[in-house]
Design a protein around this ligand. Structure first.
Ligand SMILES: [Zn+2]
Length: 354
């Protein structure tokens, strides 16, 4: 991974005819960098004044809608939410995920737009026209250390507001509403959510985007180069691996209730990780940011026992519920009774399969 670089291009930016097109453009620039945004993660917004068909002028938050990926987002991928209502919602004492999802959808100016991001109220609260949010690997890596807050302070001084970990959704918006007046000042250019990700703000699309790049670059310089993984590579073969893969695919598909595709990574980096002595401790702690849960499930499967993995997943759902995944998936939060997603693993670590 090289140094972070701004991908801003004057000609491409000039071709954007509206602020919303520009919002989509710089969102795609963020989405192109895998170290910032993975598979539909991250979200962005812009606050615009819009005149309705009957001549009313309203402040609207255009925030990334669910089902759209920053890498390919177009203006139609942004949900137009009424700012005034979002700010009133932020002053409520509490609201369920289901109520919030319904309120967000009911207060858009385009009924055909996608459901707004679960982080819409949070975007509304930030007093900047342009807001960019990513789950940048390096920032999450720094926050997820025992002295994470001190390390973040060492990197950024007091130019960023820092929020302790709170699950995405209304509670997180409330936490930001409470912390903002205490921490923010004229020099505030961003915000770190511990265990989650980073925000940058700006008065122009370019300023907000390039601040994100600069903030992540600072964290990379602080973190230093990534360690090259080492480990025992090229040991025992596990017999007939094509057969093992076929059996694994069948077991996972049965538990998932749909045909699944299994792909196999046996490069040195993957093997070195899968063969670490501390693999269980490292891999079973949960993801770096809640955003990853949607794609990876809470933990990878160790070995090949799909039935045991599924049983453990069901126990987890019963005891804790899957609020993280449900809230982030947006649409699921609209159902008052949470429905368990399929309990099949999405990542398996099998040390001796090579
Ligand atoms: Zn996020």
């Amino acid at each position: 991974m090289g140094a972070m670089q701004s991908l801003w291009n004057d000609a491409e930016a000039a071709a954007c005819r509206t602020d919303l097109e520009l919002r989509a453009y710089t969102s795609r620039l963020l989405g192109q960098d895998r170290s910032l945004v993975l598979h539909g993660g991250g979200n962005t917004s812009v606050k615009l004044s819009v005149t309705s068909i009957v001549g009313d002028e309203e402040d609207i938050l255009f925030v990334k809608g669910s089902g759209w990926d920053l890498e390919t987002i177009q203006p139609a991928g942004f949900s137009p939410c009424r700012m005034a209502h979002l700010l009133k919602l932020s002053r409520l004492d509490s609201m369920s995920d289901a109520q919030m999802a319904a309120e967000l959808k009911n207060n858009m100016t385009n009924a055909g737009a996608p459901a707004p991001s679960v982080e819409a109220i949070l975007h509304a609260l930030l007093p900047f026209k342009w807001v960019d949010h990513t789950h940048a690997d390096v920032v999450v890596a720094l926050t997820n250390t025992p002295d994470g807050e001190a390390r973040i302070r060492a990197v950024y001084g007091n130019s960023l507001v820092i929020i302790p970990y709170v699950m995405p959704g209304f509670e997180l918006a409330k936490a930001v509403a409470g912390a903002w007046p205490k921490q923010a000042h004229a020099g505030t250019i961003g915000m770190v959510l511990m265990g989650h990700g980073i925000f940058s703000f700006g008065n122009t699309a370019r300023e907000s985007y390039e601040r994100m790049i600069a903030l992540v670059e600072l964290a990379e310089r602080h973190a230093g180069p990534r360690a090259t993984p080492t480990g025992p590579v090229g040991v025992s073969a596990a017999g007939d691996w094509p057969q093992i893969m076929a059996d694994l695919r069948k077991a996972i598909s049965d538990v998932a209730g749909a045909p699944m595709i299994v792909s196999y990574h046996a490069d040195a980096r993957s093997l070195a990780f899968a063969r670490r002595r501390d693999l269980e401790a490292l891999s079973q702690q949960g993801p770096a940011t809640p955003d990853h849960i949607i794609r990876t499930k809470r933990v990878p499967m160790l070995g090949r026992d799909v039935a045991a993995y599924a049983a453990a997943y069901e126990r987890y759902f019963d005891t804790r519920g899957l609020r993280e995944g449900a809230a982030l998936a947006g649409c699921r939060a609209a159902t008052p009774d949470l429905v368990m997603l399929d309990p099949a693993p999405r990542v398996a670590l099998i040390p001796n399969l090579a």
